[in-house]
Write a protein that binds this ligand. Structure first.
Ligand SMILES: [Zn+2]
Length: 162
């Protein structure tokens, strides 16, 4: 991770919650996008509502992804995959698409009302595209072990129902 990003991350984390930086986690890299994932209590999200189970904070060409530790570790493999890949979708929307949301508009409503805003519709579309090609293998996102797989290109992700 570039030093500038690390410094930014450290500054942001200390503003959010001093415990987040030392929480259990891992890192991932997708093209030019570098991400740090931390498992924390959602009460510690700081910038996101504690009603959510994931929170992504864009940082230049990277992101800090916070996942609710209990939800992630106790979830089914599919729940974990959809959560992490959804948050990574937010990360790529910011770092690759510059919040273009893949032109998805309000179509994400097909997944449920929560996904009607384009920002959520895109992230969920990315998560479902991820499952379609990688299944529940999270190794490409830095978690656990598994084979490599060709991650969806955020530029070509579209709304799709399973
Ligand atoms: Zn989201």
């Amino acid at each position: 991770m570039p030093r500038a990003l690390l410094l930014t991350l450290a500054a942001l984390l200390s503003a959010c919650s001093p415990r987040v930086l030392s929480a259990e986690g891992w890192s991932f890299r997708i093209g030019d996008a570098a991400g740090e994932v931390r498992l924390v209590s959602r009460q510690e999200f700081g910038v996101c509502s504690p009603k959510l189970v994931g929170c992504t904070v864009p940082l230049g060409h990277g992101c800090l992804v916070m996942l609710d530790r209990d939800y992630f570790l106790n979830g089914t493999p599919r729940q974990r995959t959809l959560l992490l890949a959804h948050e990574v979708g937010h990360c790529l929307d910011a770092s690759v698409l510059e919040y273009g949301h893949g032109g998805i508009g309000a179509q994400g409503a097909v997944y449920g009302e929560y996904y009607r805003p384009a920002v959520e519709g895109f992230a969920e579309s990315y998560a479902r595209a991820y499952v379609a090609v990688c299944g529940d293998n999270l190794a490409p996102l830095g978690y656990g072990s598994g084979p490599a797989c060709a991650l969806p290109d955020p530029r070509t992700v579209r709304v799709s129902l399973p």
